[in-house]
Write a protein of this length. Structure first.
Lengths: 279, 207
């Protein structure tokens, strides 16, 4: 008898809970419907884009463009007047000088093969390659290794964080910015060649300047082309930067490209493809 | 009775392990051959020395129409805006997009010459969707990695994306166009206008 009463009480509780949950479900559905899908989709797109600072970023992007037009590009173009051989030697030296950082970061990522290659490159090019001016390492088949602490953080699982455009340096994100800082402390050459207690000394500035001009001069035509053909140069650079960065982090290995969401779209795309093949 | 049924079932079950698994062999060799052929043809026709910009554009257009799935790519590139677009808008977009691609990408081949193309392997295949990895070997400098995403079978393939050194054409365009639409207040017409303007601008400046 007490058992039956207890059971009845439990059943009543279940029934009431069930009714409450159904009511809650109905209310939630209604509220979900009242939000126009348009906005929810747009919001989802914004979240995935991860550029909450877009207005500020666009402003800095324009500032960088202006600075580039009046200063960096003319310098890079003047630099291009120097003979190929000289500029190649400079480029090789610039690449070689970051050898220790490439090696250190490959090691931190646990990639022994790449670490070995980076070390080999640095040693060979510094000696046989006469202080890095000649890229003997590539000639004997060692692949080029470019690693930095931003990539290391990514390999360790750190997300990139929102898109940030830095004055002068351009596209980046919180993780990569932290990476740059760590690299500058990690680079032994910053300590060996320093001329005093100040951290940003003559060496760092000169090296940074040469790296900048070398890099800028190598991409003049490519960037001009992208700019001329863009509907939204800022958005294009944002996309290109992020894809290139992902590729760098994966060391060119990941089958990069459309993420998971593409597969749903791919179904549509394939449907369209099949139709067009049939035609 | 039950025991007998059980025995038969067990026997069938055991037998299924003895038989070789039936696998559908995707046509990977076909996909690889298609890309090698297409890549070779592209390099031969597009990097020929001394051809005019107009001729280059014509040749590129022919290759693009032959190998790429413009309507499929258009649909992907427009993303969520495709669904809400009217048939006229869709038609307009596909036309503008086609012209935009021909104009912007054809010019980029002008400075190449002496390259060789090598389709290396099929990275993954899923039904009739393939990702083919290839390399363009330059006279100077490291090889350029290119991945082709194609769909099809038995020689009838269509390319729906190409990724160069990790950068996907479809993703880049989609990202850019989404931004144009957003900057234009969420209206697809903002993109259509911008595309029309840009293609007109490019057509007149490159002649």
């Amino acid at each position: 008898m007490p058992g039956k009463i207890a059971t009845m009480k439990i059943m009543t509780v279940f029934r009431l809970t069930g009714r409450f949950l159904s009511l809650a479900a109905v209310l939630l559905t209604i509220s979900a419907c009242t939000t126009p899908p348009e906005d929810a989709e747009a919001r989802a797109e914004d979240d995935a884009l991860n550029d909450p600072l877009e207005p500020a970023n666009r402003a800095i992007f324009e500032f960088n463009r202006g600075l580039d037009t009046v200063l960096f590009k003319p310098l890079a173009k003047a630099y291009l007047l120097l003979p190929d051989g000289a500029r190649d030697a400079v480029h090789n030296a610039v690449v070689n000088v970051s050898g220790p950082v490439d090696f250190g970061n490959a090691l931190l990522q646990g990639d022994m093969e790449r670490a070995g290659n980076a070390l080999g490159r640095f040693l060979i090019n510094s000696t046989v390659g006469l202080g890095g001016l000649f890229d003997a390492a590539t000639t004997i088949g060692l692949p080029s290794i470019e690693e930095d602490f931003g990539q290391t953080l990514a390999v360790w699982g750190s997300p990139s964080g929102p898109y940030i455009v830095i004055p002068i340096f351009g596209p980046s994100n919180p993780r990569d910015i932290a990476g740059r800082v760590v690299d500058s402390f990690m680079d032994p050459l910053n300590y060996v060649v320093s001329d005093g207690d100040e951290f940003f000394d003559t060496y760092t500035l000169i090296r940074g300047g040469i790296e900048g001009i070398d890099e800028r001069s190598r991409v003049i035509d490519v960037l001009d082309d992208i700019e001329a053909n863009s509907l939204d140069f800022y958005a294009t650079i944002r996309s290109l930067h992020r894809q290139r960065r992902e590729d760098q982090i994966n060391n060119g290995g990941g089958t990069s490209g459309p993420g998971p969401s593409f597969m749903t779209d791919a179904g549509d795309a394939m449907g369209a493809s099949k139709a067009s093949i049939a035609q | 009775m039950l025991t007998r049924r059980l025995f038969l079932f067990a026997a069938a079950f055991a037998l299924s392990f003895a038989l070789p698994p039936v696998t559908v062999h995707a046509d990977e060799a076909g996909a690889l051959a298609f890309i090698q052929g297409f890549g070779d043809k592209s390099i031969n026709t597009l990097t020929e020395e001394g051809i005019s910009t107009e001729e280059l554009r014509t040749r590129f257009k022919k290759l693009y129409d032959e190998g790429f799935d413009n309507s499929g790519i258009s649909k992907f590139v427009l993303g969520r805006h495709w669904r809400k677009a009217s048939p006229d808008q869709r038609e307009e977009f596909m036309t503008f997009f086609h012209n935009f691609i021909v104009q912007t990408y054809s010019g980029r081949f002008q400075k190449y010459s002496g390259e060789t193309f090598s389709a290396k392997k099929v990275l993954s295949s899923n039904g009739d969707v393939y990702i083919v990895e290839s390399e363009v070997l330059q006279p100077e400098g490291p090889p350029i990695r290119i991945e082709w995403r194609i769909v099809g079978a038995n020689g009838g393939y269509k390319i729906y994306d190409i990724t160069v050194e990790g950068v996907s054409m479809a993703i880049t365009q989609r990202s850019e166009f989404a931004s144009v639409i957003k900057q234009g207040g969420g209206k697809l017409d903002a993109l259509l206008d911008a595309l029309k303007k840009k293609t007109t601008e490019l057509a007149s400046s490159k002649s």
